[in-house]
Design a protein. Structure first.
Length: 273
């Protein structure tokens, strides 16, 4: 097989006497306006022609990316560092969600990843590592966000995880729910009222989340009117120092007022703020 005059592929001989085929193609402009070129070398002319055709096709579609040694683990860290729009506790959640995936794929060049790698990792996390269905779904969603970020950064041209499906929920993935009858709730309340954290139990029975109970301050309690305003939540952060942070509720729907109803079987009711 010989090169054609129309091919920008050149036949070269290395210092060791080995024949190689090389092409140089324009892929755009550098920030300073100079031409940005890609040089690629292959052991056979067939491989060089296939790579040249793919490069030109990617260039015309606008999906051409430069070769890079960035690993999946490094891209995960870049994405985490870029998330200035989320709370610290949310970022820690993403970090934890990516921990096992990074252990499996962290050293793999992100441009070498394919759909099978993602599917194999998700299957490992589910079947061998024992992650719950909810955790697996969360991890897969986070991986997709990382690779989508990689596209915007010009590191990869396609999100190989985009079409990967989470495993189906099994029977054991759903915990049976037990709903108390009013009499059962009343009995529990009577016992909880004797506990030193009776107020916290009462608030929990009103539908407040644990973070909302812990984040409640006296500024948002009106004993005369018999109401509280849910305006903050307190959550624990990772680390040995037992750090916590108090922030506004995550959504506007979480801002609400809970009022005491003196003569009702259900002693509290909640309303939007």
């Amino acid at each position: 097989m010989t090169t054609r005059k129309s091919d920008p592929i050149k036949r070269i001989v290395t210092s060791k006497g080995e024949v190689r085929y090389r092409f140089i193609v324009d892929v755009g402009r550098k920030p300073d306006g100079r031409r940005d070129q890609r040089c690629s070398t292959f052991p056979t002319l067939r491989e060089a022609r296939a790579a040249l055709a793919q490069t030109k096709a990617d260039r015309s579609r606008g999906t051409l990316v430069k070769p890079t040694k960035v690993t999946f683990g490094e891209l995960c860290q870049r994405w985490l560092d870029s998330r200035h729009d989320i709370r610290e506790v949310s970022q820690q959640g993403y970090t934890y969600a990516l921990k096992d995936a990074r252990a499996q794929l962290g050293r793999t060049r992100v441009q070498d990843l394919n759909r099978s790698d993602i599917e194999r990792t998700i299957r490992f996390l589910r079947e061998d590592h024992g992650l719950s269905h909810r955790s697996v779904v969360y991890t897969l969603s986070t991986i997709k966000q990382v690779l989508a970020y990689g596209i915007t950064e010009g590191v990869v041209s396609v999100n190989v995880a985009a079409s990967v499906k989470a495993p189906r929920k099994q029977h054991g993935d759903t915990r049976p729910k037990t709903i108390w009858e009013p009499e059962e709730l009343t009995r529990f309340r009577d016992v909880a009222d004797r506990d030193e954290l009776a107020a916290a139990w009462r608030l929990t029975l009103c539908g407040l989340r644990r973070s909302e109970v812990i984040g409640l301050s006296w500024d948002h309690v009106d004993l005369d009117r018999g109401e509280i305003v849910v305006a903050a939540g307190r959550v624990a952060l990772a680390g040995g120092g037992r750090r916590t942070v108090t922030e506004e509720p995550k959504s506007s729907a979480s801002h609400r007022t809970v009022r005491w109803r003196r003569y009702s079987r259900a002693p509290w009711r909640s309303s939007a703020r």
